[in-house]
Design a protein around this ligand. Sequence first.
Ligand SMILES: Cc1cc2nc3c(=O)[nH]c(=O)nc-3n(C[C@H](O)[C@H](O)[C@H](O)COP(=O)(O)OP(=O)(O)OC[C@H]3O[C@@H](n4cnc5c(N)ncnc54)[C@H](O)[C@@H]3O)c2cc1C
Length: 578
Amino acid sequence: MTDVTDTGGSRGRGQPEIGPETPASPARLLPARESAGKPAAHLAAIADLQAAYAAIPPGSPVRLAKRTSNLFRFTDGKGKGAHRGAGYGSGHGRAGHGSGAASRGLDVSAFGRVLSVDPRSRIAVTGGMTTYEDLADATLRHDLMPLVVPQLKTITIGGAVTGLGIESSSLRSGMPHESVLEMEILTGDGRVITAAPGGEHDALYRGFPNSYGTLGYALSLTIELEPVRPFVHLRHFRFGSPEACMDAVAAIAADGGYLGHRADFVDGTAFGLDELYLTVGSFSDVAPWRSDYTRERIYYQSIRGPQEDFLTIRDYLWRWDTDWFWCSRPFGVQRPVIRRLWPRRYRRSDVYRKLVALDRRHGLSAALNARRGVPQHEDVIQDVEIPVERGAEFLRAFAAGVGMSPVWMCPLRLRGAGPGGRPPGTPRGAGPEGGPRVALSDAGGSGGRAPVAARGAGPGGRPPGTSRGAGLGGGPPGTHRADPPWPLYPLEPDRVYVNFGFWGTVPLPPGKADGYHNRLVEETVTGLGGHKGLYSTSCYPEEEFWTLYNGSAYAALKAEYDPAGRLAGLYEKCVRGR
Ligand SMILES: Cc1cc2nc3c(=O)[nH]c(=O)nc-3n(C[C@H](O)[C@H](O)[C@H](O)COP(=O)(O)OP(=O)(O)OC[C@H]3O[C@@H](n4cnc5c(N)ncnc54)[C@H](O)[C@@H]3O)c2cc1C
């Protein structure tokens, strides 16, 4: 490596968040032999962590002390999801009773740094708890970025790989775990192993995504980078129906651009069934002007007009963080007067999330609402992936059944058929070096229509046996290949999906209990052959859960890497909230 960068660790604010993981049994302390080549401080930190892990007494919960979190799982402290006045309980949370690492949590702060960035090979080595804010800063210094940078600054690379990340480069570059070349993992049985495609621990490498820290913790990751240009040129295209919008996504997936605008980045925002936007971004060396949405103007509002915009690459990466997409609204910071008073350094997703966690912990807004006679609301905070050809059905069903807006839309496609995807440095299609540079034309604009792609054809085609019009709940659950490249989240290679993200609360219909809307979303997603992320509330019955998330593959990995069950099982953690 030619350049060693130490960013000084995560910049998360506030107290460390420490939370329950699982009962423990004695650990097996093995030397970190496979970590050779890493800095001495990193090797020492691994030895310390292994010792701390081994010292946790049998039966005590294993806790991960981490300064930030983007999990959105609230529990009532009894392991059941509850969404009103509930305490915060996730992979982290607050320390319980007891002493030592078991109560304080495993100190993983030493793994929150970028270890090296090599501009020649375009490879970075970074601690598993490094925030994307720090990672992006370290790589942008070399005009490079990770292939996928999730939108929230304090999402960490380990969290994004184990919990699945996505961003507007995902149609081109897949998901964050697909550009991981190798991972150093502290496994549930106390070993530190190196997992890489084709290696001895290939199965763990492939099974780590969507394991949510239940098989082990990523301590360092070696990742691919790609070159950037200084600016991103955005075009916002408006559509009058979900069908037109999804057809345009399919066209972009096929062509790598839209109406002459190269699609280095694509995401979208649905304000309603008759007002949807796709935002197509192209790397650019020039910018006639630059917008700055960390000040008075608000990014998501800008999408409705004007139709064209320019941002620096850094501001583009964090365009959604300043207002936590649109979720900063309840804090009043979208009102001009309050926005001016709210310090810029606190216009960040992690600040808003801490305020929400505080509210949930103390039940403040729930108590206020109860006093005002406001009907009970349910948190509906989810990200789901739906095959593009059924995306319009999802949007219509969601509008009818949940009725929350806006909805974030982000197309994605796995990079390659096998683990590790395409070889380093060969991103799909577009990108600053990946395809022909298309002239930035003036064609299209708001209301522009894509050439309509035939449904079922091409990369977004329906899987055999999934008939269109089967209706919600009518399709086959999932569409598993015999050997999916990432077994715990079996997206199909070469199929185009659209991630729909929605984060808010909705009133419960009379007579319906908490969980009603979340379960409706789950059933709808399954019926459409989609998948749901597990960072938030999940209500699946256990048998259904293991059918959807490949229970047999998970059981084999658990037996191999955490035979004593020191870490929680995936179902216990993600559904029961333990
Ligand atoms: C409002 C909202 C919007 C979101 N939008 C997006 C989005 O646009 N794009 C996107 O990619 N994601 C999004 N997410 C989801 C987010 O990426 C996941 O929740 C992710 O897992 C959070 O990562 P984190 O680093 O904050 O991990 P944490 O929240 O700290 O932990 C998440 C889980 O991962 C485990 N974990 C953490 N670090 C490690 C590690 N090093 N090794 C193994 N396991 C580990 C923890 O035990 C826990 O179970 C969103 C979440 C919310 C709440």
